[in-house]
Design a protein around this ligand. Sequence first.
Ligand SMILES: Cc1cc2nc3c(=O)[nH]c(=O)nc-3n(C[C@H](O)[C@H](O)[C@H](O)COP(=O)(O)OP(=O)(O)OC[C@H]3O[C@@H](n4cnc5c(N)ncnc54)[C@H](O)[C@@H]3O)c2cc1C
Length: 465
Amino acid sequence: MPDSPPPLGASALRDLAQILPAARLLLDPSELLAYGYDNSRRMAMPQAVALAQTPAEVKAIVGVCHAHGIPLVARGRGTNTTGAAVPIAGGLVLSMEQMNRILRISPGDRLIECEAGVLNSEVQAAARPHGLFWAPDPSSAGYSSVGGNLACNAGGPRAVKYGTVRDNILGLHAITGDGREIQAGCTTTKGVVGYDITRLIVGSEGTLALITRATLKLLPLPQTRRMLRAAYRDVAAAAAAVARLMSQAAIPSSLEFLDAQAVQLAQSYRDCGLSADTGSLLLIEVDGTNDTIDSAVRAVSAAALGAGLIELCAAASEAEAEDLWAARKALSPALRTLAPKKVNEDVAVPVTRLPELVEGVAALSKQHGIRIVTFGHAGNGNLHVNLLANPDDPAQMSAITGCLEDVFRLVLQLEGTISGEHGVGIDKRDYVAWEIPQTTLKLMRAIKHVFDPKGILNPGKALPD
Ligand SMILES: Cc1cc2nc3c(=O)[nH]c(=O)nc-3n(C[C@H](O)[C@H](O)[C@H](O)COP(=O)(O)OP(=O)(O)OC[C@H]3O[C@@H](n4cnc5c(N)ncnc54)[C@H](O)[C@@H]3O)c2cc1C
């Protein structure tokens, strides 16, 4: 990141004003404010915001920023949790919110093509009448954009069976940091021509190129689904059940884990009638056809049985299943009611190492005196480890960093990764070199230079200096 960012001076502003009408080039601080933060709750003011409507405008805007060396941050809806969309170097934020058209849907080819600013939920709504869906289902689906989902390689509960964005994209169009328009991927579900630039840009957090549109792979909606809840005496018993569930043939369509504190929080949101001695809960969803669902439920139930199980029961109705999901999805925002400061990590480990992770995290919580609430997408070994603290308590604030670093050390010892889905942004940048070897990092920096020779795209994010 440059020490003192080049100001977006009068000449650059004149060039931008040639591309956009005044109503779509925001300069008033009161309007800029809304584009300075994201769900990390960090804040930095941009110098201007561009509301592009076409790929040609995006290309021209990037061209101006490249020519003048102006930092440029792409923005979807600002829901990421790592500070990835915060313009810490100032400069220009390019918001995709007005690039929100669905361009075509081809049910026979199981694909949809749309602009980057379309919301995830709008993709789902367009696909549903054709009996199709797009697999990535972040809990933020109602208000996060396809461009942001791609740039963060988003996933969600369904990723255990259907994968993340990288598994469900066919191609994309993007503008590199020096204003070149590129097209990557194809419209078929098989294709091996050239390097896989599509999947390189996916997860790159706006540091390689600005995605303008994408072709997404759709899947047939399952005919039916069933929801089970399995309550265990402790987290170790639940974690062991996850490994059993993942080593048999009927893959759950979601497999969510909640520790005892998360269970209490969910219960306070909606009373699910759980026994008071529940030390951990698995929410297990299976989907399939009307012909196969019963046998899938039987197989999954058999795997959920085991030492420490208190209760295994199926949701009696779709409404009861929705209630359980609503309680699960409310957890993340509800944590703010427990403590004003939450550090929400989303580490992932191989599924068979989950018992070691949950036990290790509990030990670190005690050792550092930091309250930790853990829940998440256990079928992928991906847990949200939430460290809670009072920002007015300096002792807790200093303990939180030590505790967090020990969590990362533990995860890496268990052959895991420090981020399963939320990405790096600013928050995890200092720890990337703990996970990625220097030689690989050097190659990544060289790739960044090819895409963005002046380093104007989202400076200070994703890769350490
Ligand atoms: C309540 C809640 C629940 C969540 N649940 C999940 C979950 O289950 N799974 C999950 O994976 N995430 C989850 N998230 C995180 C977040 O919603 C996702 O990371 C989402 O993909 C971000 O989309 P966005 O449109 O808000 O992007 P933004 O936050 O605006 O941007 C995120 C990053 O993408 C870049 N970017 C945005 N658009 C483009 C583009 N067109 N081209 C290039 N780069 C671009 C930005 O520069 C930034 O680096 C959750 C967030 C919240 C608030």
